[in-house]
Design a protein around this ligand. Structure first.
Ligand code: SAH
Length: 460
């Protein structure tokens, strides 16, 4: 390690900046944020820099640098384009053991300014030791996208309780366990959801309660999207990496399961080879039981949990047991498949509305309001429609929809294996048999399907 990262308390402390141009200005903005008093010495000073230094109650001296300028300073920054002068400042500071930063010359620095992710009071610093500031900044952007904006508020909330927690929990280990539970659990999630006041109350209650009274577990009902892992939301990914147990079914792609925590227990609740899925009631009870054991339970569902996902039933049980839960939307199959097949769901010229319909058969028939489904200006999207495909096509024709109406069948949409068949209501049932279509498949019906000829972009 070439540099040891330390965080510098500069509130109200005098610092000096040698140089008065744009580079000096950039550094000065950073110093100002940390509350330092900025003194400037330079032959010429940009008006903005002058203003900024004055706003920190620093002094501005127009003239040549002399060693007296750095005496008594907490930090010295050389930001001139004169290499010899920069070196002089660095030498003087080193002799006096004052921390010195020379812009763009790591070899002259005793301290360097890292790239910063500012979620004050939480601050993350990234440094390449001056070797590649661009790389450090790229890494910063990545971290920016991973760290929820609310972490700053979370840190503030926690900061306000530190003394109280110290009184309640005597040992370092006890305190560590307590904070880990708070920061990984429902209280932190409340802050992320923007409910700081509720989080504050929960934290107070948590401190007053006996540990045994607390249900520590929680459930995340998360939509995993239609297949392509890139379509996960940030929140889905974050919760996937947090959960202790994962319950998933057939529709969730292996690649997505791979993104859950390595050491998480993974429970498959979809259809087994015997073709029997774990009954819904058992899943509901399993969620309650695991959460009561104190686990963070991820219920991962294909697509969106509230669209043909029975997500509502699962959380009803949780609600009645007072188990904290949250629901994360996902890209539903209709959105994913239509987009990746190049078929818009609405279009000013073809369809002013779209209907999501279940094609699941009950007693060998689909009991649907067929007369409503034959209007030409609406797009129909059938989920679970493969088995019922012949009946769906036949009924639509019987109730008056043109047998030539285009229909697309999308198999394993959004994945590398995506297949799209386009035909019409009359011929699609035979085409699907001939092409040996396999689940999961989605049906899109309407004139809009013809747009695919121009708009298809995904298949290779
Ligand atoms: N909650 C899910 C739907 C579950 S119902 C969602 O919002 O997408 C299961 C049906 O979804 C399947 O029978 C199929 O019709 C459809 N489906 C889900 N993923 C699909 C995919 N990748 N390709 C095609 N159809 C898909």
């Amino acid at each position: 390690m070439d540099f040891l990262p330390l965080y510098f308390q500069l509130q109200g402390k005098p610092c000096v900046m040698v140089g008065g141009g744009t580079i000096a200005l950039r550094k000065a903005i950073l110093l100002q944020k940390s509350g330092a008093i900025i003194n400037i010495v330079a032959r010429k000073v940009l008006p903005e820099l002058r203003q900024l230094a004055e706003s920190t109650e620093g002094t501005i001296r127009i003239g040549d640098y002399s060693v007296a300028d750095i005496e008594g300073m907490f930090l010295v920054v050389a930001a001139t384009d004169d290499e010899a002068l920069n070196k002089q400042v660095s030498d003087d500071a080193h002799q006096r053991q004052l921390p010195v930063n020379v812009v763009d010359s790591p070899e002259l620095c005793s301290v360097i300014l890292p790239a910063i992710i500012d979620r004050s009071p939480l601050v993350i610093a990234v440094s390449s030791g001056g070797k590649s500031p661009v790389l450090a900044r790229m890494l910063r952007s990545k971290i920016e996208s991973l760290v929820p904006a609310a972490y700053g508020r979370l840190a503030n909330l926690v900061g306000g309780f530190r003394d109280k927690v110290k009184l309640s929990y005597k040992t370092v280990d006890e305190r560590k366990n307590f904070w880990e539970e708070v920061l990984n659990g429902p209280i932190a999630e409340m802050v992320f959801a923007g409910k700081d006041t509720v989080a504050n109350q929960m934290l107070s209650q948590r401190l007053d309660a006996e540990p045994a009274e607390m249900i520590k577990g929680e459930v995340y009902l998360v939509g995993a999207g239609p297949g392509d892992p890139d379509l996960l939301t940030f929140r889905a990914l974050r919760l996937m990496q947090k959960a202790d147990v994962v319950l998933y079914d057939r529709l969730v792609a292996d690649q997505i399961i791979e993104l859950t925590r390595r050491d998480a227990e993974r429970i498959y609740v979809g259809k087994k080879r015997s073709n029997h899925a774990v009954p819904q009631e058992d899943i509901n009870q399993m969620l309650v039981k695991l959460a009561k054991e104190g686990k963070r339970v991820l219920r991962l569902k294909g697509g969106d949990p509230f669209i043909f996902g029975r997500g509502g039933e699962e959380i009803e049980q949780l609600a009645s047991h007072n188990i904290p839960f949250q629901v994360v939307p996902g890209v539903t199959a209709a959105s994913g498949c239509s987009t990746y097949a190049g078929i818009p769901l609405t279009h000013r010229d073809y369809a002013q509305s779209v209907r999501f319909i279940t094609g699941h058969l009950k007693n060998g028939t689909a009991d649907l309001p067929w007369d409503e489904l034959v209007h030409t200006n609406q797009t129909l999207v059938f989920y679970m429609g493969l088995v019922g495909l012949p009946i769906i096509c036949q009924k639509l024709i019987e109730y008056g929809r043109n047998p030539e109406t285009p229909i697309a069948l999308i198999q394993q949409g959004t994945t590398e294996q995506q297949r799209v068949l386009v035909s019409n209501l009359r011929e699609m049932p035979a085409t699907a048999v001939k092409e040996q279509v396999r689940a999961p498949t989605l049906l899109i019906i309407g004139e809009i399907v013809t747009l695919r000829e121009k708009l298809a972009w995904f298949e290779h």
